[in-house]
Design a protein around this ligand. Structure first.
Ligand code: APR
Length: 239
C-alpha cells in the first residue's frame, strides 16, 4: 500500500480515529511492553500493575511506578506525535491512546482519550482525592490514611467511562481508523478496530499472523511509526 493511497483516504475521510499504543512512544525513548526489549520481558505485570499489587505489595508497586514516572523526565514527543496533533487540528481526527505518558498532549493534541489513564497524576486509593505527584514519589499517605497511586488503569480495573464512551462513539462514526504501535493483545481496546464500518489501517513494526487473521485491515504498513507518519504526511502535502 503506498502513501499516496493512504493520503487519499485521509483526504476523503470525514471522521478519523487514531488509536495508539506503546509503539507510538518507543521513538521517544519509552520502552513498550511486549517487544523483545519490552517492559514485560523482565517484569511480570501481575506483580506490579494490578489492584492486588497495589493493595498487598505496595513497596514493589510504588517502586515500579516511581521508576516509570522518573523515566518520563526529559522525554519529548517525536515527529509522529506532532503529525497526529496536526491531523487533529486540521482534520478533526479523534485520538485515543493506551499510553499513559501524555505525549500526544505534549505534542499539542487538544482532546485525547487516555483509555488506560496516566502516570502523570495520582490519587488516594481509598478516598480518591487527587494528590501531588511528589507526595506519591515520597510515599506520603493521604490525610484519610490511604496510600497514593497513579491514575493509571491497573489490570482488572474498568477503563475510564468518559474516555471509553467517547472513543466508542467516535469509532462507530468513523470512516477511517488508524491503529498505530499496538500489539492489540489487551482487551477491551483490542476490540475497537473490529467495531468500525470504516476503513482500518494498521501501522506497526510488524504484523503478527494472528493479528492479521483476526482483523480486517484495509492496509498494513510495517515499519517505525515516525517514518510512516512522515511518509503519509508528505504525501498529503503533495495532494
Ligand atoms: N513503530 C511502530 N510500531 C512499534 C514501534 C515503532 N517505533 N515500537 C514498537 N512497536 C510495536 C511493537 O512491535 C508492538 O507490536 O508496538 C507494539 C507495542 O505493543 P505492546 O508492547 O503490547 O504495547 P500495547 O499494545 O500498547 O499494550 C497495551 O498493555 O500492558 C498493557 O497497559 C499496558 O497500555 C498497555 C497495554
Amino acid at each position: 500500500m503506498d502513501y499516496t493511497t493512504i493520503a487519499q483516504w485521509l483526504n476523503e475521510a470525514r471522521n478519523i480515529v487514531i488509536l495508539t499504543g506503546a509503539g507510538m512512544s518507543t521513538e521517544s525513548g519509552i520502552p513498550d511492553f511486549r517487544s523483545t526489549e519490552g517492559r514485560w520481558r523482565n517484569i511480570d505485570p501481575l506483580t506490579v500493575a494490578t489492584t492486588d499489587a497495589y493493595a498487598m505489595n505496595y513497596d514493589v508497586f510504588h517502586d515500579f511506578y516511581c521508576a516509570r514516572i522518573a523515566a518520563l523526565d526529559g522525554v519529548t514527543p517525536h515527529i509522529g506525535h506532532e503529525i497526529i496533533a496536526k491531523w487533529q487540528r486540521t482534520r478533526q481526527a479523534f485520538i485515543a491512546t493506551q499510553n499513559v505518558d501524555r505525549l500526544h498532549q505534549l505534542a499539542g493534541a487538544a482532546q485525547v482519550a487516555d483509555l488506560h489513564g496516566t502516570i502523570r497524576t495520582v490519587r488516594c486509593g481509598r478516598c480518591e482525592q487527587e494528590a501531588a505527584l511528589q507526595a506519591f514519589i515520597e510515599k506520603e499517605t493521604c490525610t484519610c490514611g490511604g496510600t497514593l497511586r497513579p491514575n493509571v488503569v491497573l489490570f482488572g480495573e474498568r477503563l475510564p467511562a468518559g474516555a471509553w464512551d467517547t472513543t466508542m462513539q467516535s469509532i462507530q462514526k468513523a470512516d477511517l481508523v488508524v491503529v498505530i504501535g499496538t500489539s492489540l493483545r489487551v482487551y477491551p481496546v483490542n476490540q475497537l478496530p473490529t467495531m468500525t464500518n470504516g476503513k482500518c489501517i494498521y501501522i506497526n513494526l510488524q504484523c503478527e499472523d494472528d493479528v492479521a487473521a483476526s482483523y480486517t485491515f484495509d492496509a498494513i504498513l510495517t515499519g517505525k511509526a515516525g517514518d510512516i507518519l512522515q511518509g503519509i504526511d508528505q504525501a498529503l502535502q503533495l495532494k
